[in-house]
Every structure is written in C-alpha cells, then in structure tokens.
Design a protein around this ligand. Structure first.
Ligand SMILES: C[S@@+](CC[C@H](N)C(=O)[O-])C[C@H]1O[C@@H](n2cnc3c(N)ncnc32)[C@H](O)[C@@H]1O
Length: 401
C-alpha cells in the first residue's frame, strides 16, 4: 500500500484488519470515534496505547457533554469494543497509525467508505518503549524462552510474560557489568531459590551463547516438583553445565569453587542464608534481589522512630530498608565492595533493590564499618539480625575447619 498521494478511497480494507495489523506491528497511535448514530450520552471516544507494568493496554477517553471519563482496557477488549461501536453506535471512526491515517465512515444506505491518507501523527517513543535493546532480544526465536513459555516459536514475547522477560534481561545486564570480575575459562554459578529457573536458564544462555564463556550453573530450590520440571527442560534442550538440586540454602554443602552467587527474590531470611553461604565460599560476586522482609519489623515498635514507625506502612518500609542496609554493611565488613542499586522500576517497591557485592582483596575500613553497623542497629533498636547470627556461626566453624 505504498505511494500515498492525496486521500485514496479504499473500499477493500476493513476496520478490524487495519486494527489488528497495526496493533501487531505496534504502529497504532490513536483511535477516534465520533458522530453518534443515536442519542447516546457518549459523543466521542478517543483511545491511545499505554504501558502499565510492562503490559500494553489502551486508555480510552469517553466524552459526554463537558465531561470526560477514562478507562484502561486490554488490547483484546479494544478489538471487541470497536466492533460494537462502529458502525452501530458511531458513524465515524479514525485510526491513526505510524504509516497512514484511516477513516471509516458510515454513509446513508449503510455503505461503509474507507479512506487512507498520509500519516498526520507520529508515534512517540514513550508510547511505545518495546524497542529497547535487550541482551536477549525480542523478535528473535530463543529455545529456552519458548520452553518456559515466555516467547512464542516466532520470537514474540507473550504479553502476560513481558515483565518476566524484562526482569531476566535486567538481571543479565547486572551480570554483564561484573563479567570482568569472573573467570574467563569457566564461570561457576549458584542460583539460590531458582524457582522455575527462568534466570538460571537465562544465565546459561547468556554465558554460553551470548558471551561465549563456559559455565556451570547450579539451581537450588526447596520445591521438588519445581526442580523436576527444571531438570526436564534442561534435558529436553540438551543443556550442558546445568544442574538442579532440591535443597535448603542454609544447609546446602558446596565443595567446588563458586564464582557468582545469584538470588532473585529469595524469600525473607533466605536472602541472609544466601549472603552467609556466599561469604563462606568466598564467592567473587554476589547479586541478590531480596524479597519480603519480616525480621526487623517485628523488632520495631511505634516508638522506635517517632513520626515514622507509628505508621504501619512506614515501619514496614523502614524495616525493609534497614535490613538491606545492615546486610550491605555486613558484606563490607566481610571484605566485599557493596552497592545497593535499583533493580527494576515499576516493581513493588519492596522488591526492586539489588545488592551487588564484589569481593575485594583488602579492607582498610573495617573499624569504621563495624562502628557504623553497631550504630545503625542501636539507632533503630535492633537486637538480633539473621545475617549477623549466621556469620557468627561461620566464624565459630572456621577455626576447626
Ligand atoms: C519468589 S520465588 C523466586 C524464584 C526465582 N528466583 C525467580 O525469580 O523466578 C522464591 C523461590 O525461593 C525458594 N526458596 C525460598 N526459601 C528457600 C530456601 N531456604 N532454600 C531454597 N529455596 C528457597 C522458593 O521455593 C521459591 O521457589
């Protein structure tokens, strides 16, 4: 349909075809329905694409008189609504796409005229942010993502799995940033609380197929059935260097060297067990995104920080922030350069932090860090802290080792 001069009359094209093609290509900019056919209270409808938590949706503005109401609907729902609105309730429907404007008009006698003309609107990048260059790109078929139902065979990311796709890619970016800290011949990784192994499989793909480095990755989880599923996928895809085991992070024994420990949303104190094990093995890099954190909340009262902890939600957030701050400080005390970073935006606030710790060879700040750790605990009335206890047990273990 190239070579648009002036408006062209196009009787062969129908609204649903233009709609589904432009939605699929991501080129739809807006939809406008006008000229109500009856005495409908709604005189005009305008719709535009929006992203809500990584999901592509449509925002409708429904105008009646001077009032405008808004509604966010799914893409499927948009298709249904449009079929009901045009031509039964509105005589005019405009579709603005990146490549052309389309006008559909109900004429007297029931005939529908369609016109296609030069595009008058431009798609803004904020309206369509899917073109980001991910390490595992969208649009290219990827066997493991297909196996875990994140992508279709043709490489399209399933709408419902987009946030997982983005989360995995974000985590890989953090790994890519620390690649020079890891060995070049074979990287040995432990993924604690691997769950359905989205990240485990993604790391395997990333090291072997994207960066061309050999790796051995162990995924560990408490749930037997989940681990059996992971094993089946690894076997089906014939993936070497991947191992899955059922087990508890805290009691997991590891004789082999560990270069990188990752934990994505390991629940509550499972993150502390992850950090303690990593320190025990002297892992070179730790990347941990904590999950729910209940331990310190129980030790804070309304009077701990007057004005803040008297509000339940603020106490909850302060407890979560303090937990990660104390974890970071303990990692520093144990010789890790540590940063607490934003993992991903638009996530639940309590789950969007990443603790990145890189083993350093010297620590000449030990006394200052110990002092800061003690002061922070005292300031917030903390008696016991899981990671501190685990590390104390570790140092009791060491002399006899
Ligand atoms: C929220 S899921 C995250 C799964 C996966 N890392 C991801 O992000 O897709 C947390 C997982 O940690 C596992 N888990 C929690 N505590 C654990 C522990 N102490 N030892 C091993 N696995 C644990 C759970 O069984 C669950 O599969």
């Amino acid at each position: 349909m190239g070579g648009l001069g002036r408006s062209a009359t196009m009787n062969a094209i129908d609204l649903q075809t233009v709609l589904s093609e432009s939605l699929q290509a991501g080129t739809l900019i807006s939809v406008v329905l006008s000229k109500p056919t009856g005495d409908d209270a709604i005189k005009k409808v305008t719709g535009r694409p929006i992203q809500i938590r990584d999901e592509s949706m449509f925002q409708l503005a429904l105008r009646s008189g001077n009032q405008e109401t808004h509604e966010n609907i799914s893409i499927d729902e948009l298709t249904n609504r449009l079929a009901g609105w045009f031509p039964d309730r509105f005589a005019n429907c405009h579709l603005f796409t990146n490549s052309a404007d389309y006008q559909f008009e109900l004429r007297r006698g029931g005939e529908i005229k369609s016109l296609r003309s030069r595009p008058t609107k431009k798609l803004k990048s904020a309206e369509h942010n899917r073109s980001k260059n991910y390490l595992i790109p969208e649009g290219t078929p990827c066997a493991f993502l297909e196996a875990i139902d994140v992508m279709t065979r043709s490489g399209k990311v399933r709408k419902a799995r987009y946030s997982k796709f983005r989360q995995i890619n974000r985590f890989l970016e953090f790994i890519d940033d620390v690649l020079e800290e890891l060995p070049l011949d074979e990287i040995r990784v432990v993924d604690f609380g691997c769950g359905k192994s989205y990240l485990t499989l993604a790391m395997h793909h990333f090291f072997r197929n994207i960066r061309g480095v050999d790796c051995h990755i162990l995924g560990l989880d408490l749930k037997k059935s989940v681990i059996e599923d992971c094993q089946r996928i690894a076997e089906r895809l014939n993936l070497e260097g991947l191992e899955f085991r059922v087990g508890d992070i805290a009691s997991h024994q590891q004789d082999e060297r560990v270069d990188l420990v990752v934990a994505l949303h390991a629940c509550d104190t499972a993150t502390d067990a992850t950090l303690a094990q990593s320190i025990r093995w002297n892992a070179r890099v730790i990347l941990s995104v904590p999950c729910c954190q209940h331990e310190l909340n129980a030790q804070m009262t309304a009077a701990t920080v007057p004005g803040i902890t008297e509000h339940g939600i603020l106490r909850d957030r302060l407890a979560a922030i303090t937990t990660d701050a104390l974890r970071a400080k303990l990692l520093e005390i144990h010789g890790y350069q540590t940063q607490v970073m934003e993992f991903i935006d638009m996530e639940h606030t309590a789950k969007n932090l990443l603790i990145r710790a890189i083993r350093s060879n010297s620590n000449n700040q030990l006394a200052r860090q110990q002092d800061e750790y003690a002061k922070l605990k005292q300031l917030l009335g903390i008696d016991t802290f899981a990671l501190e206890k685990l590390l104390a047990e570790l140092s009791e273990e060491k002399p006899s080792a």
